[in-house]
Design a protein around this ligand. Sequence first.
Ligand code: FES
Length: 324
Amino acid sequence: MSTVRVTHIVAETDTVKSFRLVRTDGAPLGPHPAGAHIDVTGPTGITRQYSLCGPPYETDSFLVAVKRETSSRGGSAALHDGVHVGSELRISEPRDRFGLVPEAREHVLLGAGIGITPLLGMAHQLHREAGNFRLHYFATARERAPFTDLLERSAFSERVRFHFEVPRTGQQAVLDSILSALSALSALSALDSGTHVYTCGPKEFMQRVTATATRSLPEDRVHVEHFQAPDPSEAPGAAFELELGTGEVFTVPADRSIVDVLADHGFDVDTSCREGICGTCVVPVLAGEPDHRDNCLTRKEKAANDQIAICVSRTRGRRLVIEL
Ligand code: FES
């Protein structure tokens, strides 16, 4: 973790503020991978994850945008109300679980609302590299869409398409028209890495994008950035044996996580969100089949079954062997 100072705060919309951060010791902060996020610990001590939305190649500061959540338990509300220019915050190193695929021939970025933030960083990077990309931005209204002015004035504005005031019932038709063009392209590019789709926004929006895009693209070309924990009701637990690479064995009860059990036995495991979002607690799997319950590993990473987010995930079998 490092300490940063807030140098600028901008009310991007009624509910979204952006915060520009510099290190208090004057050291550079960047560059960072496009689409990366950081943990930010606010004045209440609560840590939340926010995408870096400034140009990834800039080294003097980080830019994050925070939407005030109506259900905030002290995370976003504390940043909105308790942080001012000059305030100091603690942040983590950038983590990259939603990166651009360097060999892709075309990138299609689809964001909704505050989900624009990681895509904004990606668009900056792709423009700098003269990449082939299009950014589609959905929002209920222009005044509720952060960074609209910035996008309109940007050097890549001709690559941005705004989809404002599209009713939820009409969203599918718009996605069909955007993503149907991929069918022909993906057929042409079946032998290379072709087109990749990246999406961030409300869960229903990302599900719709994923369902539509995977009609014409393989699943591993559709990339989803989650900032919501998986639904716990989907994940009833069962007790199992946890073995460490060192040979130590512990029982993980049905109602406790691997992280909880390790903490009980004196292991200081690195965690942040504890909700399966951030990826901090991911460790290698040496044996056994993980029951992935996180939203941080990609589908491909989950299918490989060689790593696990131990704050939420479990095992499908009776024993799981991990390396700490
Ligand atoms: S601590 Fe964030 S995914 Fe486990």
